[in-house]
Design a protein around this ligand. Structure first.
Ligand SMILES: Cc1cc2nc3c(=O)[nH]c(=O)nc-3n(C[C@H](O)[C@H](O)[C@H](O)COP(=O)(O)OP(=O)(O)OC[C@H]3O[C@@H](n4cnc5c(N)ncnc54)[C@H](O)[C@@H]3O)c2cc1C
Length: 455
């Protein structure tokens, strides 16, 4: 086959992993990556904090789903991988702080073991009483919150599931799709009860989203934010920054991608096009070439958030790797990661902490100025961690408008419709966090799947 041109829309992890995979298989092709923003990486981003490279986007890669670790190794950076020093997280509840109970599937318990104290005695009794309910009969997709409230009571949702789902999706259990966010649990609902389904899911060992005891995560010592540059170099891709793609059109021999700033429009020809822009942008791009994908893409909303990174003077804190802070506490922050305890390479000279604010449909606090937001987050963190020296030596705010796609009820059907509409057009592909998982391994897997389909 002669040399071809692949155009990738979006220089996030999905687009860059796809470019890298394409290069491995097609050494002589031309790869052009169009990026609307002024830097590569999308949600991957690092800053200098107290003399360390510090991630303000993703900071941990799940190791049990192998694609992210495998990609780092394929880049020749395996020696830079770091395992956490501790993964013990606690949940902040109105009564105080409690270690995250072991043995759940993303917070869904398989039994009442370990729930005493974490739930009220009525809450534990409610979980136990699931055995007396009629057998489960779930047809299709349902909201995580709806099903679990009905079967196990509100406390399981508000205290256990919400903080974990909030951490992964910045979403709300009452709106998120059970099938999309907990496929392993959904697959075992035929067991007749939620507890039995959770037990079966754990038994099958198919759960893969930070939901088992001591999940194994890894990071990269110079930051996960160092990966985009390594990927671009290895992919030998031409990246065009500040160059948004506007539309994709089919031609007799391939595609035309209209691109560039309004003042300097350009049309780029391509033999294959892979779209990895977030869903709303992808919908606009694909209107002419894959109209059937537009409506389901528009049905995937995003949550916005802000990450505040803080360096405090070195001091002892007893919070393990960090705290999950569910809405039931009424707190501003939704989580606190104690990076200098969690990651050995960040320990030592300062207390490094990051905290996030903002959930789906609960983004009003993001209207504050950076200064205001930082002051409020620092106060919340100082209180939660009981800091003896609460004056930070450095802070930074990174805002993620449209940071995380929401897998709402019906998401799997939406994804099927999108993939079917795009799949009807030979040479056209779509991939990214909006579809088969928001975590880095899932994005990389989706990138590889898309490259497979295109080639
Ligand atoms: C704060 C935060 C923390 C996270 N933490 C973790 C974590 O610890 N572990 C984990 O596994 N995952 C984590 N995630 C999730 C993960 O980082 C993301 O899901 C993933 O990086 C998304 O990658 P992507 O390539 O699909 O999309 P993006 O990173 O959004 O990339 C898409 C790119 O397309 C560009 N673009 C948009 N429109 C156009 C256009 N018209 N033309 C050209 N380019 C365009 C955008 O500018 C962007 O660069 C986190 C996410 C956030 C926001």
């Amino acid at each position: 086959m002669s040399s071809r041109r692949l155009v990738v829309v979006g220089a996030g992890i999905t687009g860059l992993a796809a470019a890298f995979e394409w290069r491995r298989r097609r050494p002589d092709d031309e790869i052009v990556v169009l990026e609307a923003g002024d830097r590569i990486g999308g949600k991957l981003h690092r800053i200098q904090l107290a003399g360390h490279w510090y991630d303000t986007g993703p900071e941990a890669m799940l190791a049990r789903v192998p694609e992210a670790i495998a990609l780092v190794e394929a880049l020749g950076l395996g020696a830079r991988l770091v395992a956490p020093a501790t993964t013990q997280a606690s949940v902040v509840l109105p009564e105080g702080r409690f270690p995250l109970p072991a043995g759940t599937v993303l917070g869904v318990p398989a039994s009442t073991d370990g729930l005493d104290g974490f739930l009220s005695s009525e809450g534990v009794a409610r979980v136990r009483a699931e055995a007396d309910l009629p057998p489960l009969a779930v047809d299709g997709d349902v909201a995580v919150g709806g099903l679990l409230r009905e079967r196990l009571g509100d406390e399981v949702v508000d205290r256990l599931v919400e903080p974990l789902l909030g951490g992964v999706y910045a979403g709300r259990a009452d709106e998120l799709s059970l099938q999309a966010t907990m496929p392993q649990l959904h697959a075992h609902l035929g067991e007749g009860s939620v507890l039995a389904a959770a037990a079966a899911a754990r038994e099958a060992g198919t759960h893969s989203r930070g939901d088992v005891d001591g999940p194994v995560f890894q990071t990269v010592d110079e930051g996960i934010g160092s990966l985009p540059a390594a990927l671009v170099a290895a992919a030998r891709a031409e990246v065009r920054l500040r160059t948004p793609a506007h539309a994709v059109r089919r031609t007799a021999s391939g595609f035309e991608v209209s691109t560039g700033q309004v003042a300097a429009p350009e049309v780029l020809t391509a033999d294959a096009v892979l779209v990895t822009a977030p869903a709303g942008k992808a919908a606009r791009l694909l209107g002419r070439v894959a109209p059937g994908a537009v409506e389901p893409l528009q049905g995937i909303p995003y949550a916005s958030m802000a990450v505040v990174a803080m360096a405090f003077p070195a001091q002892d804190v007893e919070a393990g790797s960090g705290l999950l802070v569910p809405p039931v506490t009424g707190r501003l922050v939704k989580g606190v990661t104690v990076s200098s305890s969690k990651w050995p390479h960040l320990g030592g000279d300062a207390l490094l902490v990051r905290s996030s604010v903002g959930r789906y449909c609960d983004e009003s606090e993001l209207q504050r100025t950076d200064e205001d937001l930082t002051a409020a987050v620092v106060a919340d963190v100082a209180d939660l961690l009981e800091l003896s020296r609460p004056e930070p030596v450095q802070t930074a705010v990174v805002r993620w408008g449209g940071g995380l796609p929401q897998y709402l009820v019906g998401h799997p059907a939406r994804v099927d419709a999108i993939r079917a509409a795009v799949g009807e057009v030979p040479g056209l592909g779509i991939a990214g966090a909006a579809f088969g998982g928001v975590g880095l391994p899932a994005c990389i897997r989706d990138a590889t799947r898309a490259v497979d389909a295109l080639l």
